[in-house]
Design a binder for this molecule. Structure first.
Ligand code: HEM
Length: 633
C-alpha cells in the first residue's frame, strides 16, 4: 500500500516538475545566462545514459536490494571509464570513475579537490548528527580534527599493540565457538562432523574487539555482556536495513510521509543507540576519561566549530556507531572471503599452514602471535588477494568536489557524488594476469602485485581501502586482524568443503559485498593427537590463566587461581598457561599434562610468582574433568 501510494505521488510530482522545467526553459529570464554560456561553454558532464525524469527514480527505488554493479559495468564499457549516471533524475547526477589512472588523478594528484563528501541524505543526517562523523564530514577543519583524533589516537600503531591481550581473548572465544559448533552432535567422539557457519562468529569476534577499543577493556565481561549483545543487535539492524533507508535520499519531505513506518523505525533505532551508548559514555566521563579507548579520546577532544567546543553526546554516539560499523562487517566479510577461497583451494591452505608452522613450530601450544606475522609472506599474499578479488566494498564512500572542477576534461560540479569502482580497478587486466582467478602468488616476489602500495600514493593497482586523503584510517587494524585470525584459524583447524555442499563464491550486495550463500565449512581441529587404541583424536587443550598480581586479584575479587582462557579484567598483567591433557576417556589427566607458560613483556616480571599458582591450577584441573573455558573462577 505504502509503495503504491509512493509511486503514484512521485509520478505526479515528477510530471509537474518536468512541465515546470520546460516552461522555465522557454522563459526570457534564462536567455542572458544561456548567451553567456554560449560564449564560453563549460565542459560537459561525463557522458552517460539519458536520465529518465519520472521512471528513473521509481525504478531505482522500487527494489531495495537492487545491485547496480552489473549495470554500471555495462555503462563503463559503453561510455568510457568516467561516466555520469542519474538514477534519481537529471537534477541529481552521480559521476562514476572506473579506471585506475583517472582514480589516481582525482584522489591522489588532486586529492584536496576531491576530498569532500556529498551533503548527507535525510537518514544519513539523522545517524551522523548532521554529517559530523569522520566518514560523512565535509572536507575541512572539523573532519581533520575528527580524523586525526581517530587515526593518531586509538588506531595508531603503538596503541594497536596495547590491545593484543584483547585479540588473544577474542581468538580463544572464536576458536572455542568453532570447535563447539564443529563437534556438536558428536560429543565425546572428538571427531568433527557438522559444517560451521562462520560469518556470525566472525562478526561477533570483530565486534567484541571494537567494543573493547571503543569503550575500554572492562566492557566485555559480567553484566555488560548483555549490553554488548544489545548494541550488536541494534547496530546489526541498522546495517541490515541500510539499503531500505536509501529511499529517504529522494524527496525526503515526501518519502518520510509515504514511508512513515520505515522512517519511524529509523528514528527508534537511533533513539535505541543513544540509550545504549549514553551510560557507557557517562561511565568513561565519570572515570576521568584518561584512558586509551576511543570514547576517552573523544571526551578530551575539541572541534574547531564555534571557536572550539567539546563534542556533544549525540556526536559521540554517532562516532562510536561509525567505529563499530566501519570495522566489523568489512573485516568479517573479508575474513569469510579468505576462508572460502582456502576451502576451495586446499593446496593453498596446506601451503599457508606449512608457512605458519615453519615460523611458530608445529607443536600444538599457544597462538600465532602478532610479531610472528611479519615472517609470513604467503599469509599476507592470501589476504591481499582476497581483498583484491573480493573487496568488501565495490565502491568507496561517495566523494565530492569542494568546488566546481574538472576531471579528464569533464565537468564535476561541487557537491556531486563521485564514486570510484574499487572492484573493477582491482580486476584491470592490464595490471593483473587472469584477474578473476584467485592467485596469492601474484603478491610474492616476481609477481605483478609484489610491493603493491595499498594507499595508492605512487600508483593505484588496487584500492580496497580507498586512496588519497580519505583512505581508510582503519587499514592497519583491518590487515592486522585479518592476518592474525587467518593464521590462527588455519593453525587450529583444517577447513574443508562439506560433502555435497560446494562452496559458492557468488557475491551479493548487503552493507558490504558478502557471499550470496554464506560459508559453511567443516572445521577439523588440528591440535590433536591420535589415540593409539581407539584411533580417535583426543587431545584437549585447557587454557589456564593465573592472575599474576595480588593487588589486582584482590581488586577484582578473584581467588587464588583463575581458570579460563584469559582474564580480560587483568589484561596484560595475566600469565597464560596452556595445559594440553591427554585423557583417554575425554577428560583431562593431569599426570600427563605438560605445562608451559606464555607471557608478554609486561607480565615478565611476574613470571616467578606465577609458577606457584600454575601448580595450584593444575591441582584444580585434576579435580574437574570438564571446565568451562570462560569461567573466571
Ligand atoms: C577489511 C576492512 C576494511 C575495509 C575494506 C575498509 C574500506 C574502507 C573504504 C573503501 C573506505 C572509503 C575510503 C574513501 O572514501 O575514499 C573506508 C573509510 C573509512 N573506514 Fe574503513 N575499511 C575497513 C576497516 C575499517 C576499520 C577496522 C575501521 C576502524 C575501526 C575503519 C574506519 C573507517 C573510517 C572512519 C572511514 C572514513 C574515512 C574518511 O572519510 O576520512 N575501516 N574504509
Amino acid at each position: 500500500m505504502e509503495d503504491w501510494l509512493f509511486y503514484t505521488l512521485t509520478t505526479l510530482l515528477c510530471f509537474l516538475c518536468s512541465l515546470l522545467l520546460r516552461a522555465r526553459a522557454g522563459s526570457p529570464g534564462l536567455k542572458p545566462h544561456a548567451a553567456a554560456a554560449a560564449s564560453s561553454p563549460p565542459p560537459p558532464l561525463p557522458p552517460g545514459p539519458t536520465p529518465l525524469p519520472v521512471l528513473g527514480p521509481l525504478l531505482f527505488l522500487a527494489r531495495r536490494d537492487f545491485d547496480l554493479a552489473p549495470l554500471l559495468r555495462r555503462l563503463a564499457r559503453r561510455h568510457g571509464p568516467v561516466f555520469t549516471f542519474a538514477p534519481l533524475g537529471p537534477s541529481r547526477p552521480t559521476i562514476f570513475v572506473a579506471a585506475r589512472g583517472a582514480a589516481h588523478r582525482a584522489l591522489v594528484q588532486r586529492g584536496a579537490a576531491f576530498a569532500s563528501r556529498p551533503p548527507a541524505t535525510a537518514s544519513g543526517a539523522l545517524l551522523t548528527s548532521g554529517g559530523r562523523n569522520v566518514s560523512s564530514s565535509p572536507y575541512g577543519p572539523t573532519w581533520r580534527a575528527l580524523r586525526r583524533n581517530l587515526a593518531a589516537g586509538v588506531l595508531n600503531p603503538a596503541r594497536l599493540r596495547s590491545f593484543s591481550p584483547a585479540r588473544r581473548w577474542v581468538l580463544d572465544g572464536l576458536v572455542a565457538r568453532v570447535r563447539a559448533a564443529a563437534t556438536s552432535g558428536r560429543e565425546g567422539t572428538g571427531t568433527s562432523s557438522s559444517p560451521v557457519a562462520v560469518m556470525e562468529p566472525f562478526q561477533y569476534a570483530m565486534f567484541s574487539l571494537l567494543v573493547y577499543m571503543c569503550f575500554g577493556g572492562d566492557r566485555l565481561g559480567g553484566g555488560d555482556k548483555r549490553v554488548v549483545r544489545d548494541i550488536e543487535a541494534t547496530q546489526r539492524e541498522l546495517l541490515t536495513s541500510f539499503l531500505s533507508f536509501q529511499v529517504f535520499a529522494f524527496a525526503p519531505a515526501l518519502t518520510k510521509i509515504v514511508f512513515r513506518r520505515r522512517w519511524e523505525k529509523l528514528v527508534s533505532l537511533r533513539r535505541r543507540q543513544e540509550e545504549l551508548f549514553a551510560p557507557l559514555i557517562q561511565a568513561r566521563r565519570d572515570a576521568g576519561a584518561g584512558g586509551d579507548c576511543y570514547v576517552d579520546s573523544m571526551l578530551r577532544l575539541t572541534v574547531p566549530e564555534d571557536g572550539g567546543r567539546a563534542l556533544t553526546d549525540g556526536e559521540i554516539v554517532s562516532l562510536c556507531s561509525e567505529f563499530l560499523s566501519a570495522g566489523t562487517d568489512t573485516t568479517a566479510t573479508a575474513l569469510q572471503w579468505v576462508l572460502a577461497n582456502l576451502v576451495k583451494n586446499p593446496a593453498m591452505q596446506d601451503r599457508l599452514r606449512a608457512e605458519v608452522a615453519g615460523v611458530v613450530g608445529a607443536g600444538a601450544d599457544g597462538e600465532v602471535r602478532e610479531d610472528d606475522l611479519q615472517a609470513m609472506p604467503y599469509l599476507k599474499a592470501v589476504v591481499l588477494e582476497a581483498l583484491r578479488r573480493h573487496p568488501p566494498g565495490h565502491y568507496v564512500l561517495p566523494h565530492a568536489a569542494t568546488e566546481d572542477t574538472t576531471l579528464d576534461g569533464y565537468r564535476v560540479p561541487a557537491g556531486t557524488p563521485v564514486n570510484f569502482a574499487v572492484r573493477d580497478i582491482g580486476m584491470d587486466a592490464e595490471v593483473w594476469d587472469a584477474p578473476s582467478e584467485f592467485r596469492p602468488e601474484r603478491f610474492l616476489p616476481g609477481g605483478e602485485g609484489e610491493d603493491v602500495d595499498l594507499t595508492g600514493n605512487k600508483e593505484i593497482k588496487m584500492m580496497p581501502f580507498g586512496a588519497g586523503r580519505r583512505v581508510c584510517p582503519g587499514m592497519a587494524l583491518a590487515l592486522l586482524h585479518l592476518e592474525y585470525f587467518v593464521a590462527n584459524l588455519v593453525r587450529e583447524f583444517e577447513w574443508r568443503e562439506p560433502d555435497g555442499e560446494e562452496v559458492d563464491l557468488t557475491e551479493k550486495l548487503e552493507f558490504t559485498v558478502v557471499m550470496k550463500r554464506p560459508l559453511r565449512a567443516l572445521a577439523v581441529p588440528l591440535s590433536v593427537e591420535k589415540d593409539g587404541e581407539a584411533g580417535h583424536r583426543r587431545r584437549r587443550h585447557l587454557a589456564t590463566t593465573t592472575c599474576s598480581s595480588r593487588r589486582r586479584r584482590q581488586r577484582h575479587g578473584h581467588s587464588t587461581a583463575l581458570l579460563g582462557s584469559s582474564c580480560l579484567q587483568h589484561g596484560t598483567a595475566c600469565v597464560r598457561a596452556t595445559v594440553p591433557c591427554l585423557g583417554a576417556a575425554g577428560g583431562p589427566r593431569v599426570g600427563a599434562a605438560r605445562v608451559s607458560a606464555r607471557h608478554d613483556d609486561l607480565t615478565m616480571p611476574y613470571l616467578g610468582r606465577t609458577w606457584a599458582r600454575l601448580h595450584r591450577a593444575r591441582a584444580v584441573l585434576a579435580r574437574h574433568a570438564q571446565l568451562d573455558m570462560y569461567s573466571c573462577r
